[in-house]
Design a protein around this ligand. Structure first.
Ligand code: XMP
Length: 493
């Protein structure tokens, strides 16, 4: 069977997959290998990615995604030249969890308790390292040390001094740190250079967190991983430098038409300045587009022209490729050289399994996470007719919008600076609508993973990788092309 011929003009709802002999002992996501390559040097335990959209991924969403084994990409939907807000989001993810805190918040011993309280409130951190002018550790100060204390008392008067602390000289692995902390019955372990200067801090709270979230996506220091979108024009190089400095693990050059001269120039400059940065680029939907990006040194390709829930590109331009065909085309071109991110068009959990067998190593979702607690944006109450009671009820909603929608573009433009007529000249390729508010993204992810495990079981595989391998070895065994009637039977409820 020629797979590409079989999927021409098709997307997720054009197919079902035929059930195979089930061999998976348990569908519990804790026991099934769902690991997937996000990019060449970054593997996730869960193949789920949240889209870089300003109504989807800021720190709160990215934290949940990474804690649950996926990754979030912080959007660049901040005004051009205004890089600070995106940096703050990246930094908030990186500070959320630690193995070893490399740069603990610190205060000088001669400062006042009032100052310490202010630093604690500003940073949200309950323990400050007390260091002198040469960063030598003088003690530790916790919230408990400063509660109900004269605000003009000094930090030195209230801290636990260095002589009463258990410290470790040099670097230490997390397992050894844990052993030492249990043995010495301490909740904090400062790490020092031989000269007494502070190099890090391990806390029991962080160690416990690491164990509670066994699938979390973490860097070498135990911090959650996060991606950052940078664009391909304007401030993109400065933005790239700043987000990398803030700890972003991967740069995402995301433009509507990734197979373009603009992209070529951007990739050349980015690779010249940041040769080692993990780099994802897109979007493309053809073999030529994929090869174009791979040949220019990207570490993963984002696939999807027009399938997105907030997208109107196909309506306004008639360009695009149905997402299943796009994934097959791009997979055939990429081979195993770089991973593909299947971006957009997921409206039901079943499509995730399809995106992952047809070519995606991971799947990127926007609208699926819209309306969750973690998605940016305020809740608005809307009056809705309840069909059962025929009464008007107030229901909480959140706004979801395409990044090329007029609202999103307007917010990115500095209106003071924008030339008159600039707004009118924008051809919007995105739409805006409200979606019902619906609880935490964590629950959404858990459901997706359960359904993916069930799909693996129906597919006669023991892991996600095995399902994909088996599908590509013999697609005919799996592919069920739907008619209009069988589509209605399958998806209309
Ligand atoms: P879903 O279907 O998960 O798709 O909401 C998310 C993806 O949609 C893309 N996106 C857009 N595409 N105009 C477009 O043509 C837009 O305004 C727009 N905004 C987002 C993007 O690839 C995202 O990851």
């Amino acid at each position: 069977m020629d797979l590409l011929d079989a999927v021409r003009g098709c997307t997720f709802d054009d197919f079902l997959l035929a059930p195979q002999l089930g061999v998976l002992p348990s569908r519990d996501p804790d026991t099934v290998d769902l690991s997937a390559r996000f990019s060449e040097h970054l593997t996730l335990e869960r193949p789920i990615v949240s889209a870089n959209m300003d109504t989807v991924t800021r720190a709160a969403t990215a934290i949940v995604l990474a804690e649950e084994g996926g990754i979030g990409v912080i959007d660049r939907g901040f005004r051009a030249g205004d890089i600070g807000p995106q940096i703050a989001e990246v930094a908030a993810v990186k500070r959320r969890q630690h193995g070893v805190i490399g740069d603990p918040h610190a205060i000088a011993p001669e400062r006042s308790v009032a100052d310490a309280l202010r630093v604690m409130a500003e940073t949200g951190v309950g323990t400050l390292a007390v260091v002198d002018g040469t960063r030598r550790l003088a003690g530790l100060l916790t919230e408990r040390d400063v509660r109900f204390v004269r605000p003009d008392a000094t930090v030195a008067e209230r801290m636990t001094p260095r002589s009463s602390l258990v410290v470790h000289t040099g670097a230490i692995g997390l397992a050894d740190a844990e052993r030492l902390m249990i043995e010495r019955k301490v909740k904090k372990l400062p790490l020092l250079n031989p000269d007494g200067t502070l190099i890090g801090l391990v806390t029991a709270r962080d160690l416990i967190k690491q164990k509670q979230l066994p699938f979390a996506t973490r860097d070498a220091h135990g911090r959650l991983r996060v991606g950052a979108a940078i664009g391909a024009t304007g401030d993109y190089l400065e933005r790239a430098a700043d987000v990398l400095r803030a700890g972003a693990d991967v740069l995402v050059v995301d433009i509507a038409h990734g197979h373009s001269d603009v992209m070529e120039r951007a990739l050349r400059e980015i690779r010249r300045r940041f040769p080692d940065a993990e780099l994802v680029a897109g979007n493309v939907a053809t073999a030529e587009g994929t090869t174009f990006l791979v040949d220019r040194g990207v570490n993963a390709v984002k696939v999807g022209i027009g399938p997105g829930g907030g997208c109107s590109t196909r309506l306004t331009t008639s360009f695009g490729v149905p997402q299943v065909e796009a994934l097959v085309r791009c997979r055939l071109a990429a081979g195993e050289r770089v991973p593909l991110i299947a971006d957009g068009g997921i409206k039901r959990d079943g499509s995730i399994a399809e995106a992952l067998v047809f070519g995606g190593d991971t799947v990127m979702l926007g609208s699926a996470f819209a309306g969750t607690d973690e998605a940016p944006g305020d809740i608005v109450m809307k009056s809705v007719l309840d069909s059962e009671s025929q009464k008007i009820v107030k229901v909480p909603f959140k706004v979801f919008r395409g990044m090329a929608s007029i609202g999103a573009v307007r917010d990115r433009l500095d209106l003071e600076e924008a030339a008159p007529g600039e707004l009118e000249a924008i051809g919007a390729e995105g739409i805006e609508f409200s979606v019902p508010a619906r609880g935490s993204a964590r629950a959404v992810i858990h459901d997706m993973l359960k359904h993916l495990c069930s799909a693996i079981s129906y597919g006669g595989a023991r892991s996600l990788q095995e399902l994909r391998r088996q599908f590509w070895a013999n697609p005919e065994r799996y592919l069920v092309k739907l008619t209009a009637a069988s589509r209605t039977e399958s998806f209309q409820r």
